[in-house]
Design a protein. Structure first.
Length: 106
């Protein structure tokens, strides 16, 4: 089961080791947890964005905007799906009871 104590342990391990963790739901990857500095390096490259040309900087900003818009679109779709209807709360509770699996990246 995935609870607050487990989450805190995972965060401490990530900070200590610098590892990345994939969180699975029903065997499918749904999230990746990593340190923020590692995330920045991944997104902006090792030297940050200070040495990017204007064209590359604009390209990265546009990618982030597109990613944000896609997330918002997914949220809107989720809001109108029947499973988000209060009538189906029991179904959502059953899904939540299944829990998550955590698998470190090696």
């Amino acid at each position: 089961m995935f609870d607050k104590d487990n989450l805190n342990k995972i965060i401490k391990l990530i900070k200590k080791t610098g590892d990345k963790v994939i969180i699975l739901n029903e065997g499918e990857p749904v999230l990746v947890m990593m340190g923020f500095k590692d995330y920045e390096k991944m997104v902006f490259g090792k030297s940050g964005f200070g040495d990017l040309t204007n064209e590359l900087l604009i390209d990265r900003i546009n990618k982030e905007i597109a990613f944000y818009k896609e997330e918002e679109k997914d949220k809107e779709i989720e809001a109108i799906r029947p499973e988000s209807n209060p009538v189906n709360i029991k179904k959502e509770e059953e899904i939540a009871d299944r829990g998550y699996e955590i698998e470190p990246i090696k």
